[in-house]
Design a protein around this ligand. Structure first.
Ligand code: BDR
Ligand code: CA
Length: 312
């Protein structure tokens, strides 16, 4: 019986794709729907990529809903230089036969939260927070009905990956992030401080080749493409695997360690736009609005990921 009922809000992206596969492979999790947002690539491509992920996992029954085409108040910035022109370069996945469901992602989020019992639906966000901010702004009644938001984004001690101080998901829509993190919903954040400890080393990827299954081969190809950019950038064996940590936290929170902090997103300075100003040492009296995860047992994380993906 699933104990976690989730909506995945995402901009696939290879690491988003692995997160979606991990959720589908986990019997503890029921995916109520996937909502897409512009981020790594424009919305038409993130939506197509989400459909491809559902088909790869054998889950054409899951609804994919297209959402915001642009951030709340800044022009869209994309990351083809990391993810390739399609956003999902690497494996040779077929054009999806599935089509997106009718209706806007924001309406799906609102309708689902109104329909389901309060406190039972978790929002797992793997991209810019535009859809969630729009849903909360347009339908404030849903805010207290959200169980929790588990989000990949931000960084403190690790700095940024897109500017010296800003992580990509937060930089793309800092205004949305600031609004969502102050909505009053419990937030667990997976920042670069934790995801940079999850490196897709060659030995970890080889296991997916060895599986020999379509999902195993696709996973290996996704991981190999995704790590190229970051291996060059950071000079390490393997690149950080960001988004699957969100799903892993739902499955095995004991693998992670963090603390409740005040976290504010910079939305005014062009120099530090999107910085997640994190009061780790509690040097202010500002309210602790985010559970900031800083550490992970990376071997346990990759073991869990492999065990689950090998089920597909
Ligand atoms: C985040 O940005 C995207 O490139 C990845 O999919 C991840 O969600 C990492 O900064
Ligand atoms: Ca992402």
């Amino acid at each position: 019986m699933p104990t976690q009922r989730i909506i995945i809000d995402t901009d696939p992206g290879q690491d988003d794709a692995i997160a979606i596969l991990l959720a589908f492979a986990s019997p503890e999790i029921e995916v109520l729907g996937i909502t897409t947002v512009a981020g790594n690539v424009p919305l038409a491509l993130t939506t197509k990529n989400a459909l491809k992920c559902c088909e790869l996992a054998g889950r054409p029954d899951v609804g994919v809903y297209a959402g915001a085409e642009a951030p709340l108040s800044r022009p869209l910035v994309t990351a083809e230089y990391v993810h390739g022109a399609s956003g999902l370069d690497g494996p040779d996945l077929p054009e999806p036969a599935m089509t997106p469901r009718a209706g806007h992602a924001v309406d799906f989020i609102v309708d689902t939260l109104r329909r389901e019992p309060a406190g039972t639906v978790t929002l797992c966000t793997l991209g810019p927070l535009t859809n969630i901010a729009l849903a909360f702004e347009g339908a404030p009644d849903i805010v207290p009905r959200v169980k929790r938001i588990v989000a990949m984004g931000g960084g403190a001690f690790e700095g940024g990956n897109t500017t010296p101080v800003a992580e990509f998901n937060i930089l793309v829509d800092p205004h949305a992030a600031q609004a969502v993190f102050h909505a009053g919903v419990p937030v667990t954040l997976m920042p670069l401080d934790v995801t940079h400890k999850c490196l897709t080393k060659a030995s970890r990827i080889q296991k997916y080749h060895d599986l020999g299954t379509p999902v195993g081969k696709a996973t290996a190809a996704l991981l190999e493409f995704f790590e190229r950019f970051d291996e060059r950038k950071y000079g390490c064996d393997g690149g950080p695997l960001h988004d699957p940590t969100v799903i892993a936290w739902l499955l095995a929170p004991e693998m992670f360690a963090g603390r409740d902090v005040n976290l504010e997103v910079e939305t005014r300075s062009e120099l530090t736009m999107g910085q997640t100003v994190t009061d780790w040492w509690h040097v202010t009296d500002r309210p602790r609005n985010v559970h900031f995860v800083r550490d992970i047992d990376d071997d346990a994380f990759f073991d869990l990921l492999f065990e689950r993906i090998s089920r597909l």
